[in-house]
Design a protein around this ligand. Structure first.
Ligand code: 13P
Length: 356
């Protein structure tokens, strides 16, 4: 078996370039369809291609974006000029990643908790996408908090932790840096204290499973949720409290050998996602040996997709909107983000039980 460790470590370090993060553009056909429906754009292959071309050809994107996560369809598409998207991104120095999970299925014996599908075909898929030029991968596991229903159950935590670990090592065996994503949904009335406890419990299980599967930590990335109050708790936490609780949860569970933590935005507004990341990177007094950055979908694309609205004449304005958020988050990675007064960036992006 090829030993990819040197390459994995190099890829992980490249993604963790100071001032940069990851653009998650791997919405499945169904999910992007919902985005398009909100701007009255038909969900055709050409419209999906045109939208992704808009994102990837944004001038100076590479100043703030080190990697882009692609959906399988996108990874095989090309820009209008004929250049494959993966090639186009590579020319800008941006690493292509691929979503390799096959979505969620209800886990029988639980209260509608889920397991992530796709392990059976993963080895072949990883080989194929490495061949196409991808160098990292994403697999999203989802857990929910419900104190009245006992969620997340130990069963769901174990299943998802083991699945993430199996995915992680299969990717590494094929030269892809795995992004380990145990997303604990923001949905629910729970407090920020409960969110922190559950996050620590889930991360501890994930780390144990990764260790038991002999993960190569130096070639592995984590994509967790931030620790926030539940979406219907009626409580807004400050960026400082979110930063302290999130970094505390990480410092109690995640080995320093892991290269980088790239947060998901999970329904936070564009501005909240930037401000909270910034607060983490300014935090003093809690040890944080890893690179802390972003791997946002909604919180990078929301204003851009609305500005575009499917019209060619809006392309430049939409690209400018994407660049504004990419730059904000790049600065937040450095702890240098000053904030914005733009109200559209403050709109909540929460969607009940969001599917990716
Ligand atoms: P959001 O930033 O929209 O939560 O999504 C990021 C992602 O890739 C989730 O899997």
């Amino acid at each position: 078996m090829t030993d990819f460790r040197k390459e994995l470590a190099e890829t992980a370090s490249k993604l963790a370039t100071p001032g940069k993060g990851i653009l998650a553009a791997d919405e499945s056909t169904g999910t992007i369809g919902k985005k398009f429906a909100s701007i009255n754009v038909e969900n055709t292959e050409e419209n999906r291609r045109a939208y992704r071309e808009l994102l990837f050809t944004t001038e100076h994107l590479e100043n703030y974006i080190s990697g882009v996560i692609l959906y399988s369809e996108t990874a095989k598409q090309s820009a209008k000029c004929g250049t494959k998207f993966i090639e186009l991104l590579k020319k800008k120095g941006i690493v292509s990643g691929i979503k390799v999970d096959q979505g969620l299925k209800v886990l029988p014996g639980t209260n509608d908790e889920t397991a992530t599908m796709g392990l059976d075909t993963l080895d072949a898929m990883a080989k194929e996408y490495y061949g196409l030029g991808c160098r990292f991968a994403k697999w999203r596991a989802v857990l929910k908090i419900s104190t009245t229903d006992g969620c997340p159950s130990e069963q769901a935590i174990q299943e998802n932790a083991w699945g993430l670990a199996r995915y992680g090592t299969i990717c590494q065996a094929n030269g892809l840096v795995p992004i380990i994503e145990p997303e604990i949904l923001i949905d629910g009335p729970h407090s920020i204290e409960v969110s922190q406890k559950v996050t620590e419990r889930v991360l501890a299980s994930v780390v144990k499973a990764l260790q038991e599967n002999n993960i190569f930590w130096e070639g592995c990335l984590l994509k967790p949720n931030m620790v926030t109050p539940g979406s219907t708790s009626g409580v807004k936490a400050t960026a400082s409290e979110i930063a302290i609780r999130t970094v505390t949860a990480l410092s109690r569970t995640i080995p320093p050998a892991l290269v980088g933590v790239f947060f998901l935005s999970g329904g936070q507004s564009e501005e909240e996602a930037s401000v909270n990341l910034n607060a983490m990177n300014r935090l003093e007094g809690i040890r944080r040996p890893w690179f802390l950055s972003f791997s946002y979908g909604r919180a990078l694309q929301n204003t851009a997709v609305k500005t575009w609205a499917g019209k060619a004449e809006n392309l430049a304005a939409a690209q400018a909107a994407l660049l504004v958020r990419a730059k904000a988050n790049g600065e937040a990675q450095l702890g240098k983000y000053q904030g914005t007064d733009d109200q559209s960036a403050k709109e909540s992006l929460f969607v009940d039980n969001y599917k990716y």
